[in-house]
Design a protein. Structure first.
Lengths: 173, 474
């Protein structure tokens, strides 16, 4: 399918030449455009960002001192792309209702569901949707029901847990 | 992009991993020399160059046999083309993300490449943009405005990279592109060459590079010596600049440090120095006045000489003609005796101009031959002119029609709006009349049924909003 490769190459060029804030993309293997490494910065207003100067001077803490956690993702484009949706897995562990809390890091997101996928959607919009999911979990469509439960009942505790795991895992290493 | 035009014999139609060749797939499978000549008779370079090539075979009788045209069928992958400018986002196919190829509209008013939407239907029958349920029969050719805009997009020719309107690219490749491949003019050769090299005959033989001794085909030699050869550079022994070995002769002609002789050397000045110092000498040269004069005189003499030559030629032709005519009258001559002009009374005439015409059979045939030759060159010139004109005309026509078509479509749509308005007005008028004159509900016409005059505002308002919709859409 030469034409699907052409489209992927074009989208890759678009994303790398004009990268959106907090999203970095590279190929896993230069000779294969179907597998992308993605590094997603946790949104600053979410528990997936870490404050560098933790509690010492909270009054001075401004946005510069807050750094998004670095979440590694693997984006796989099927050979039938764009007729079949891409598959995204979190390689970094995330404490999140819609992302499985295991080695797979499977993610549940509306636009990627087979019955909702539109071939006209771009990879870029998939990535920004993923970023959006970190800011706004959807507990009613959860993969981790325990985390979803906590998100709904005790937001403070949820935030603390999420922050803890972000600090532990989302270091970009 | 990789170097285009890598010769390739594609007997198999594999779309293999050589992706860089995909955009230009030359099919040489059945392309052996016997294409009907007439189909290509207006090709730009052919007739003249065939003369060059056939120089050897051009004996009388053989001279009218033409080689088949060297054109090859070209196919272009429209999705692989590069465009000269950035293309309007609206002309890009939402599926393959390149300017649409054979655009079709769906029932939900979206436009895709025909191939793309057909491919999409293999996976689901939903519109790739709004997931509207579709079938194959819901596809219609896109509006002419769209196809015209697409056709007019400038693409870079995959061979010569010059910008060409997309609709013309095949025509360009098959007829005009200097870098497109054509069949090699070599009689036994089955290979291909760029059109611009066609006139140089078959270049598919091995030679060794004079600079590095590498062996390769003559075809690649020029590029090799200019770009790839390890030994291609040297220092000029006179000025020290780094120059290409293959361009050394050209450089030496201009190099300011090469010893050269005075401008007027041929008239007797024997001054010699480096080229850059000649300017100083020019002011003091003893020949600085005589030189220019001599040059003018020389030119004049040459002009006269060539005039004399043409006159002599004309004279020859006339003489042959006379001989020929006389030969025609000499039909009474013996059949077993060769034609001999010595018998004819006009012999003195021919002797006057040229006594070297000793061969008795010569003149008549030669005269005809010269006529044929003259006609041939005329025809060549004409057909070259024709091709040029044709190309110009196609371009002009193309540009004009696109404009006209666009205008037409615009007019058509505004006409639709107008007729909409008129229909609405008529309707309004009719209803108005009905209200005024139609006393009872029964006279309101069959369509309204039991509708009384109070029902009137509904259809009116409906058409009104429809109308407004239409206007805003436009
Ligand atoms: Zn398309
Ligand atoms: Zn649609
Ligand atoms: Zn060209
Ligand atoms: Zn050849
Ligand atoms: Zn060489
Ligand atoms: Zn020099
Ligand atoms: Zn001189």
């Amino acid at each position: 399918m030469a034409s699907s490769q052409k489209r992927i190459t074009k989208e890759l060029a678009e994303v790398t030449s004009d990268p959106p804030v907090g999203i970095k993309v590279s190929l896993v293997d230069e000779s294969n455009v179907h597998n992308w490494n993605v590094i997603l910065d946790g949104p600053p207003d979410s528990p997936y960002a870490v404050c560098l100067l933790s509690h010492t001077s909270s009054s001075l803490a401004n946005s510069k001192l807050i750094q998004g956690g670095k979440f590694k993702l693997l984006l796989v484009l099927p050979t039938e792309y764009p007729f079949k949706p891409p598959v995204i897995n979190f390689k970094t562990r995330v404490y999140h209702p819609n992302i499985t809390f295991d080695d797979k890091g499977s993610m549940c997101i509306g636009i990627l569901k087979a019955e909702a996928w539109k071939p006209s959607s771009k990879i870029l919009s998939v990535l920004t949707a993923t970023q959006q999911l970190l800011s706004e979990p959807v507990p009613d469509d959860a993969l981790e029901s325990a985390i979803a439960e906590k998100f709904k009942s005790d937001r403070k505790d949820f935030n603390a847990e999420a922050k803890k795991y972000t600090k532990q895992y989302a270091t970009g290493k | 992009m990789p170097p285009p035009n890598t010769p390739r014999r594609s007997s198999s139609v594999d779309s293999a991993a050589q992706s860089h060749l995909d955009y230009l797939d030359l099919d040489l499978g059945e392309a052996v020399p016997n294409i009907p000549t007439s189909a290509y008779s207006l090709s730009p370079s052919a007739p003249r160059q065939q003369h060059l090539h056939l120089g050897v075979d051009r004996q009388p009788g053989g001279s009218l046999n033409r080689l088949p045209e060297p054109n090859l069928p070209h196919t272009v992958d429209f999705r692989g083309l590069n465009y000269a400018d950035t293309v309007d986002e609206n002309l890009l196919c939402p599926i393959c993300r390149v300017p649409m190829v054979e655009p079709v509209d769906t029932a939900c008013d979206h436009t895709f490449c025909k191939d793309c939407i057909t491919e999409a239907f293999k996976y689901s029958n939903l519109c790739p943009i709004d997931r509207f349920s579709l079938t194959n029969t819901d596809l219609h050719k896109a509006h002419k405005i769209v196809t015209n805009q697409l056709d007019a997009l400038l693409v870079l020719c995959p061979c010569c990279t010059s910008p060409v309107p997309r609709a013309m690219i095949l025509n360009h490749l098959e007829r005009y592109c200097k870098d497109a491949l054509v069949r090699c003019p070599g009689q036994a050769c089955r290979d291909t060459v760029k059109r611009k090299l066609y006139g140089r005959g078959c270049l598919h033989y091995d030679v060794s590079c004079p600079d590095c001794n590498m062996i390769m085909q003559q075809l690649e030699m020029a590029d090799h010596r200019e770009r790839d050869c390890q030994e291609r550079l040297k220092d000029c022994s006179h000025c020290g600049d780094v120059i290409l070995r293959c361009k050394e002769d050209g450089h030496l002609e201009k190099c300011q440090y090469v010893p050269a002789s005075c401008e007027w050397a041929e008239y007797g000045c024997d001054y010699e120095s480096r080229r850059k110092d000649l300017a100083e000498h020019a002011d003091v040269c003893a020949f600085k006045f005589v030189g220019p004069m001599a040059t003018i005189l020389k030119k004049e003499i040459n002009n006269l000489r060539s005039e004399v030559r043409t006159l002599t030629e004309k004279d020859h032709i006339k003489e042959r003609r006379i001989k020929f005519l006389e030969g025609g009258f000499g039909g009474q001559r013996d059949t077993d005796r060769p034609l001999d002009y010595a018998d004819l009374p006009s012999q003195s005439l021919s002797n006057l101009a040229d006594s070297s015409h000793a061969d008795p059979l010569d003149s008549g045939h030669e005269y005809l031959l010269s006529l044929v030759e003259a006609q041939e060159t005329k025809v060549d010139r004409l057909s070259a002119g024709m091709t040029e004109l044709e190309a110009k005309q196609t371009m002009m026509l193309f540009n004009e029609t696109i404009q006209i078509k666009n205008e037409l479509a615009e007019m058509r749509s505004s006409q639709q709006v107008l007729s909409m308005h008129v229909r609405w007005l008529l309707n309004f008028r009719r209803q108005e009349n009905q209200r005024r004159f139609g006393a009872g509900p029964s006279s309101g016409g069959g369509t309204d049924g039991g509708g009384s005059s109070h029902d009137m505002p509904f259809p009116r308002r409906l058409s009104d909003t429809m109308n407004r919709d239409l206007v805003t859409k436009l």
